[in-house]
Design a protein around this ligand. Sequence first.
Ligand code: URA
Length: 427
Amino acid sequence: MSESFDAVDIIRTKRDKGELSSEQISWVVDAYTREVVADEQMSALAMAILLNGMSRREIGDWTAAMIASGERMDFSTLSRPTADKHSTGGVGDKITLPLAPLVAACGVAVPQLSGRGLGHTGGTLDKLEAVPGWRAALSNEEIISQLEDVGAVICAAGSGLAPADKRLYSLRDVTGTVEAIPLIASSIMSKKIAEGTGVLVLDVKVGSGAFMKTESDARELARTMVELGTDAGVHTVALLTDMSTPLGLTAGNGLEVRESVEVLAGGGPADVVELTLALAREMLEGAGVTGVDPADALADGRAMDVWRRMIAAQGGDPDAPMPTARETHDVTAGTDGVLTRLDALAVGVAAWRLGAGRARKEDPVQAAAGVELHARPGDRVRAGQPLLTLHTDTPERFERAVEALADAWSIGEEPVDAPRIVIDRIA
Ligand code: URA
C-alpha cells in the first residue's frame, strides 16, 4: 500500500516548531499502529512534541486518531447513567475502591477500567488482586452485565481500547517522553472517550508524588483534558488535588484495600473520606442525580453492600482477611514536635522498594508490602514514636526502603495546617 505521508517530514515539521495537519496526525498514529512508522521515528516525534508542544487542534486530532485505532464501548443500553473517575496517579491513592461502589449505591453505574502500577504510583488492579480470588480480566459482556446487576465494575481495560496508546505509552516510558502534557492528555482521554462513559471526573494530582509537580502544569493538563472530553460529548470536570503527602495512612496493595473497607464501613482517614465524597458528588451531579447525599450511603452501609457484591461478582471473597507481611520495621521520630512535612514521593518509592510496586511490566507485586503512616502533616509527634511501619515479605528490602525515606519528613516547633485536599475545580 502506498503511504500518504513520510514520517521523516512529519518529524522535521514538529522539530522545527511547525503545526501538523489533521491528515498528517491521523496518518502517523495509524501508520505507527500498523508498524509502518518505526519505534525510533515515533520516539523522535514524541520528543519533538515534548519540546515544542502542540496546539489544541493538534491535541484533539491526536486523541481522535488514538480512539480510531481501536474499538469503542457502548453503555447506552444500560438502565442508568454512567460516570467514571480517572486519577493521574499518586501515593496511597486508593480512592477508586470506595468511590465506585459508593456512586453505584447512589444510582449511577460506574465502569472503572483500570491499570496496573508502574514506578512509585500504585495501580488499582494490583490493589484489588490482594483480595483472594478476585479476577481483573472481564469480557465486554461481563462488564455490561455486572454494571446492570451490581452497578460498579473495576476491571482491566481490554486490549481493544486505544491500542495506539498502549504501544506509544510503552515507548514513552523508555524514551523520557512521558511528561509531555499533550501526550498525557491524549493518552488518558483517548481511553476514557473510547470507554464510552457519559460523565468523567478527573482527579489531577499536584505535588511531589504526582506526575505534575507544579500547580501551573497541573492546571494546564486539567484544562486540556476537560476541553478534550467536552468536545467529545462527555460531561467532564477536573478537581486539582494535593499529592505533596500520601493520601490516607497506607501505601501498598493489601494495606490500601483494608483502609478502603474502613471508609466503606463509615470510618477511615478524614482526607480519604473527603476526597471520595468530593469526587462522588461531582459524578452524581454530572449524571443528573440530585437530592442524594453520598455521605448517607457511606454511613448506612449501602456502599459497603455494593462493594461486597462487586468483589464477589469477580470471584473475590469480601470476608477474607487481607494478607499480612512476614516482616515489619518501624521508623521512628527523632525529636518531639509537629510533623510539618511527609513527602509523598519518598513514601511511594519506599513502598515500591518494599515490593508493593514493579520496575518492569512483567514483575510480580507483593500483596502485603507497603508503608503504614502513624502521623500526618499537622500532627504532634514525640521522640521515639513510630512515624511509619514498613511491611514486606522480603526483609532484605528494608535497607533500600529506609534509604528512600532519608529526607522524607520534617518536624518543627510551630503548629501547621494539614494540606488542603481539593485545591480547585476546573470545568
Ligand atoms: N496515564 C496514562 O494513561 N497516560 C499517560 O500518558 C500518563 C498517565
